[in-house]
Design a protein around this ligand. Structure first.
Ligand code: NAP
Length: 309
């Protein structure tokens, strides 16, 4: 099979740390071009605009979109209407209706849309999902606390309207939750802590539940220094599970559970994307995004101290 010729839009932190290395190591893809206003990638065609890239390289089969979420829809729409398969970074779009429309455009243009949730590809997520099958869950607690200055230096977009604030990492936890639980999940209450000089929350407390009434508490905090924490604690009738390190390690009753050797989140995502392209099938799951939107709908807003990155 000929490699999928791919272009990349938005050369920033995640493009450089994950997408470009994963693409360069995967023989199913050939990274041919990128579009970025201020960045340059050695050894491929570089363009200052996405439209310029599509005009100059009509032979591209697919594009990966790594821009901030506020501009995901426009880029993905342009790609789909030009007949390109799309790998779309999380969070998918600025609004939920935009994502619905992209899924429709993908169907109409016979293109594949991979609306990615990278944390679902972490090493221990599948094992956790399997262990929960048939178990009665009593409670779930999500603790997702990280230092925004360490992980998002200089990213002003995250604090603007549509930038998601602490939900940028928090949506990763919700993507795991909705993957491992075979039930509907609802937001009952939310407290959103918004710095007085920002439009997006720096912290959030969510009270959720499943359709079976299982309580789920989530605490997201961007102000956390020291040990970074990305844990999901699950109490079941048969004992406790801790999915730790952003989905990468699993403990049952405090003891580590061995998980299968995995290739890494982004190599796994690109293998999935190549498989979807071969089958002509899209992968879109709006549930984590819907939960964030619902938290904004029912959330009580609390104005907190200004934040200067
Ligand atoms: P980033 O470092 O800010 O990079 C995004 C790039 O997009 C920028 O460098 C910029 O490059 C380009 N861009 C195009 N339009 C833009 C606009 N209107 N405002 C700002 N930049 C614009 O962000 P990132 O961390 O790579 O995140 C990008 C996406 O990946 C986000 O949706 C994020 O949630 C997701 N993601 C990030 C991580 C992570 O750890 N960082 C992990 C997983 C997923 P030019 O100026 O050169 O055009």
């Amino acid at each position: 099979m000929k490699p999928i010729k791919i272009g990349l839009v938005g050369v920033g932190a995640i493009a450089r740390s994950q997408h470009i290395p994963a693409l360069r190591e995967n023989p199913l893809f050939k990274l041919e071009a990128c579009a970025s206003r201020n960045a340059h990638v050695e050894g491929i065609d570089n363009f200052a605009s996405f439209e310029g890239m599509l005009d100059a390289r009509p032979d591209l089969d697919a594009v990966t979109i790594c821009t901030p979420p506020q501009v995901h829809y426009d880029a993905a729409r342009l790609a789909l209407t030009r007949g390109k398969h799309v790998f779309l970074e999380k969070p998918p779009c600025a609004t939920t209706a935009q994502l619905d429309h992209l899924a429709l455009l993908a169907r109409q243009s016979n293109c594949v849309l991979l609306q990615s949730w990278h944390s679902r590809h972490a090493a221990a997520v599948y094992a956790t999902q399997r262990m929960l099958e048939g178990r009665a869950v009593r409670t779930i607690r999500i603790t997702w606390k990280e230092d925004v200055r360490q992980w998002h230096p200089g990213q002003e977009w995250i604090w603007r309207a549509g930038g998601f604030g602490v939900f940028d990492p928090g949506i990763n936890a919700l993507s795991i939750l909705t993957k491992i639980l075979p039930r509907a999940v609802f937001v009952n209450e939310a407290h959103l802590y918004i710095p007085e000089n920002c439009q997006a929350p720096i912290a959030a407390d969510l009270n959720l539940s499943t359709d079976a009434g299982t309580p789920i508490a989530a605490n997201f905090d961007f102000r956390h220094t020291g040990l970074q924490t990305w844990d999901i604690d699950i109490e079941t009738e048969e004992g406790s599970l801790r999915l730790s390190e952003g989905g990468n390690r699993l403990f049952a009753d405090g003891k580590p559970v061995a998980t299968a050797e995995v290739e890494g989140e982004y190599p796994s995502l690109y293998r999935h994307f190549a498989d979807l392209v071969a089958k002509g099938v899209s992968d879109v799951d709006a549930r984590p995004f819907q939960l964030v939107a619902d938290a904004f709908l029912v959330g009580t807003r609390m104005i907190v101290d200004r934040f200067d990155p």
